[in-house]
Design a protein around this ligand. Structure first.
Ligand code: HEM
Length: 389
């Protein structure tokens, strides 16, 4: 005798199965759409007075929109800011960030009292490097940072940093070692691999720019030959008499950026930046690269044109030079600014006084597009340092 089966428990036909699956998928999509819509409404309401920014997705935040713009976050932010405004609220995944993308807003936020603290927890590698504590200078905050910064400045001064004469001595010693090293290399194979592992990325960039702009290199050498003498030692004392060389160094700082964002600062309190609300703990990201490539400020930022820093009377346009934010700004401005500026100038001038930078025959035109990273470095390129004597 066959067993009675209630129709509810009879197996579905293939057609019914397909319909059921489709209905389930549709229901799921509908529920997700409602949830997402609800999320957008609540998210918008919660961020009413925040700076504008693109729509944020749950969990991912704005990561997809940023990645779609450019592999370089600084360029992605600058592009997005054209649509949303110079001050933008973004979610980097779950992390709230406010990015500043115009000369005016960047200068202002770097010196703002509420953005002196840094955030060391955003990047696990930094947190690990700090042993999870408020240590060092770069990533520390509050009192330990103040004490460490004061101590470092005092100690560097005691060693003569900041005093032109003693800095000249220290830099000259280093430079001699460097030029000797170059001369040794020249006698071996005549070619130096630059850019891949260099202690000074800015210097490497400057070398790269002059390699690709031979006319500018000639002008620097003409000035050095006339003012200091061909192949002669250049010190900080001569700086004032070398405006074109100074302008080329400034243009190299502008063009290379090297540190596109300062190590993450964070809002130490809730505050208003003009009309925009910024919540305590938000990551503050002044886009230094956006300042160095701002069209309204520079006119033709994509051209490497040192003359922009020279006034008609061949003196440096210091008002324009002060717009550079290579070293950040405000209370957390780079501690090595003076040392780095002097070193770069003296190294640069001495190398060009003694050597001609020449491309290796057959090498393709080196690119000035940097290698990505927390700081930029040039992509590896080859250069011949040809003695000028
Ligand atoms: C061309 C070379 C250099 C560049 C482009 C550079 C750039 C920067 C930038 C952008 C910052 C962040 C500033 C901010 O938050 O506003 C910084 C911080 C810092 N730099 Fe440099 N820097 C350079 C060389 C040096 C040198 C040579 C030293 C050491 C003598 C140094 C020591 C520091 C320190 C200790 C900080 C942290 C300051 C703080 O948080 O209080 N830098 N640098």
């Amino acid at each position: 005798m066959s067993k009675y089966i209630h129709p509810q428990f009879l197996p579905d036909s293939a057609e019914e199965c397909k319909h059921r699956k489709m209905a389930f998928v549709l229901e799921l999509v509908l529920v997700l759409a409602i949830l997402l819509g609800w999320w957008f409404v609540v998210d918008k309401r919660n961020h009413k007075k925040y700076p504008p920014g693109p729509l944020r997705l749950p969990i991912l935040g704005n990561i997809l929109q940023i990645a779609a713009q450019s592999p370089f976050p600084s360029i992605a932010f600058a592009n997005l800011s054209k649509k949303y405004g110079e001050v933008m609220y973004l979610k980097m995944g779950m992390v709230s960030a406010v990015t500043f993308n115009s000369p005016q807003s960047v200068h202002e936020i770097l010196s703002h009292d509420k953005t002196v603290e840094r955030n060391r927890t955003m990047l696990p590698m930094i947190e690990a490097r700090q042993y999870g504590q408020n240590l060092g200078i770069i990533f520390s905050s509050s009192e330990p940072w103040q004490k460490m910064r004061r101590f470092t400045i005092r100690t560097l001064r005691d060693f003569g940093f900041g005093k032109a004469a003693s800095m000249d001595v220290a830099i000259a010693e280093e430079l001699e070692k460097f030029t000797d090293h170059l001369k040794n290399l020249m006698s071996k194979d005549g070619v130096v691999q630059a850019g891949s592992e260099t202690s000074s990325k800015t210097m490497s960039f400057a070398m790269l720019y002059l390699l690709t702009h031979q006319n500018i290199q000639e002008k620097v050498q003409k000035e050095l030959d006339e003012v200091v003498g061909k192949g002669q030692e250049v010190t900080m004392e001569e700086k004032g008499r070398l405006p074109y060389t100074q302008a080329v160094v400034l243009e190299s700082l502008r063009y290379s950026v090297v540190v596109p964002f300062p190590p993450a600062r964070q809002a130490s309190d809730d505050f208003y930046f003009h009309d925009y609300f910024i919540k305590k703990g938000a990551i503050i990201m002044p886009n230094l690269e956006a300042v160095h490539f701002d069209e309204a400020l520079w006119g033709d930022p994509k051209n490497f044109r040192p003359e922009r820093f020279l006034k008609k009377d061949m003196t440096i346009n210091s008002e324009l030079a002060n717009k550079l934010v290579h070293f950040g700004g405000g209370k957390r401005v780079c501690l090595g600014q003076n040392l780095a500026e002097s070193t770069i100038f003296v190294y640069f001038a001495n190398i060009l006084s003694k050597f001609q930078l020449v491309k290796v025959a057959g090498d393709p035109e080196p690119t000035t597009v940097p290698e990505q990273g927390m700081s930029y470095s040039p992509q590896p390129f080859r250069v011949i340092f040809k003695s000028r004597k």
